[in-house]
Write a protein of this length. Structure first.
Length: 148
């Protein structure tokens, strides 16, 4: 297997597939965390209404509660943004684990199609598609034996 220095550009091997997978991660996290933010905001509006109905509550105390609730909402929105960024990066990383071996397998098949049966390819030890690459290496051996 060719050794090369991994850069950010190397992670986007199959851009459409990888962006689609990242979109799925982002959509799910947006739905889950967004629902939590909506639920939090809904409950905060109920608490605001209840606080406004309390007679004799000092205005400074009401403002302190409002400030604390706003801080909770901003924290939740910040958490939502960080979750989306994390899931974008995680989606690219996970999809790279699929796109990288697919890319190597497709190029290996192209080499076999051209009649180059001597080259052997190996995938990373942790790749799930290693059995497929091993089967292709065995196929290359069989084709080489039959072509002689």
């Amino acid at each position: 297997m060719n050794e090369f220095r991994r850069t950010a550009k190397n992670y986007l091997i199959n851009r459409p597939m990888q962006m689609r997978m990242s979109y799925y991660f982002i959509s799910i996290s947006l739905a889950l965390v967004g629902a939590g933010v909506v639920y939090l905001n809904y409950n905060m509006s109920i608490v605001r209404a209840q606080i406004a109905q309390i007679r004799g509550l000092p205005y400074s105390f009401q403002m302190a509660i409002e400030s604390r609730m706003s801080a909770m909402l901003y924290f939740s929105l910040g958490f939502l943004i960080l979750t989306l960024i994390f899931n974008l990066i995680y989606g690219i990383y996970i999809s790279h684990r699929v796109a990288g071996p697919m890319y190597a397998i497709v190029h290996y098949i192209e080499n076999l199609r051209e009649g180059n049966f001597d080259e052997r390819r190996a995938l990373r030890p942790t790749d799930e598609l290693r059995p497929i690459m091993q089967a292709l290496n065995d196929l290359a051996d069989d084709l080489k034996a039959k072509s002689k």
